[in-house]
Design a protein around this ligand. Structure first.
Ligand SMILES: [Zn+2]
Length: 388
């Protein structure tokens, strides 16, 4: 394999693998493994239970603790139903932009991290560079926890993690956490004229949805804490994104299902919110069972992404600021794997090329200028890792 691929060439290769989260990413992982192998770098895979997808990570440089992890994800969101002007699985240059699914979120950064390998080797870095490419990020940051645990088990621990989600190369030091629950109301079907003997899953589900409305109103009315005040909006939100249920206008609905999505400001625990939601669920379930015992509510968590808490004197933030010269205060409301690294003892910051506004969109692109800024960032990071 060629040892001198540019970041752009690597990105073109990575985009050519249609690694939508629901599908296998192993072809991409094989390619990355071969690429690293070409430099004599041993990589490690962490497979999912089904053996269809893997995260991959590697250590470059001296076998010592410290140094920096560059973290990205290998999966992308689907293109189904989106109106693309070009083939999403091929990088197309137009108007100083590189179009393609994942160019911005976040194969552009993955490519920068991989292009750093020959540079790090040539310069003889004195502190380690680690590369961590996860699976199943877009479906709720499912792959990273297992990957990070494995990294801690088999590699010397890096001290700082840079998560290259699109931030226009600004240092993002905090983000909200997120947690989601699929809620299924099991009602009791009768003819709607006998409503008092039936349990409409929809009408009882509406009580939980109304709880969400009440929480949003109460959260909005409360004075935000200092930790929360920097976010937009500066409070925790509870959102119902999908709902289905019922079979006919004159039958009390036997089933109603909806998704509850909570975005928690730092300082509030997703656990506490889950407890509060489950208390409301228990209350509504008791009302249902008082009418008919064969009714219930099941709640299944489908994702849980911890917040990234702003650090005091954090190493990752210091590195990102020193390299980018950016001293502004940036926080985002979207979730990333940064909180999962932080939870496991890494200093963490989000800093990557591209604008989140382009992520998940048809005609997703990465501006060439952003890729260049990313290359500069990597060069300076390598300089930093060459220092004792
Ligand atoms: Zn992403």
């Amino acid at each position: 394999m060629s040892t001198d691929l540019t970041a752009r060439q690597i990105m073109e290769k990575l985009v050519s693998f249609p690694t939508v989260s629901r599908d296998s990413n192993l072809a991409l992982v094989n390619w990355v493994e071969n690429y690293l192998d070409g430099f004599g770098i041993r990589s490690h895979r962490v497979m999912n239970d089904e053996g269809t997808k893997a995260s991959i990570f590697a250590h470059i440089g001296p076998e010592i603790e410290g140094g920096v992890v560059l973290s990205g994800h290998t999966d992308v969101v689907p293109v189904d139903g989106q109106d693309w002007d070009t083939d999403p699985w091929q990088v197309v240059e137009k108007d100083a932009r590189l179009y393609g699914r994942g160019t911005c979120d976040m194969k552009g950064f993955d490519a920068l991290a991989l292009a750093a390998v020959p540079l790090a080797l040539a310069r003889g870095i004195k502190r380690p560079l680690q590369i961590a490419l996860s699976r199943d990020e877009e479906t709720g940051c499912i792959g990273a926890p297992q990957m990070i645990d494995e990294m801690l088990a088999v590699l010397p621990k890096a001290s700082a993690a840079i998560i290259g989600e699109p931030s226009m190369m600004k240092a993002v030091t905090a983000h909200k956490g997120g947690t989601g629950f699929n809620t299924h109301i099991h009602g009791y079907e009768v003819h709607s004229s006998l409503l008092h003997t039936g349990v409409s899953a929809i009408m009882f589900g509406a009580k939980l949805i109304e709880w969400a409305n009440q929480m949003n109103a109460a959260n909005m009315a409360r004075k935000p804490t200092d930790l929360a005040a920097i976010f937009d909006p500066p409070y925790t939100t509870v959102h119902i994104g999908t709902i289905s249920g019922g079979t006919a206008a004159n039958i009390t609905a036997k089933d109603c299902e909806f998704s509850v999505d909570l975005r928690c400001v730092p300082g509030e625990s997703a656990q506490d919110w889950e407890t509060a939601y489950l208390a409301k669920v228990a209350e509504v379930q008791a009302e249902m069972q008082a009418i008919h015992p064969a009714t219930s509510i099941t709640v299944e968590p489908y994702y849980d992404v911890p917040a990234l808490q702003a650090e005091t004197g954090g190493e990752a933030e210091a590195i990102a600021r020193a390299i980018t010269g950016d001293n502004g205060r940036h926080v985002v409301s979207y979730g990333t794997e940064a909180g999962q690294f932080q939870e496991r003892g890494y200093s963490a910051v989000v800093c990557g090329p591209g604008d989140i506004a382009q992520a998940h969109q048809p005609n997703e692109y990465l501006a060439i200028e952003q890729l260049k800024a990313g290359e500069q960032f990597i060069e300076r990071l390598i300089d930093h890792l060459c220092e004792e």
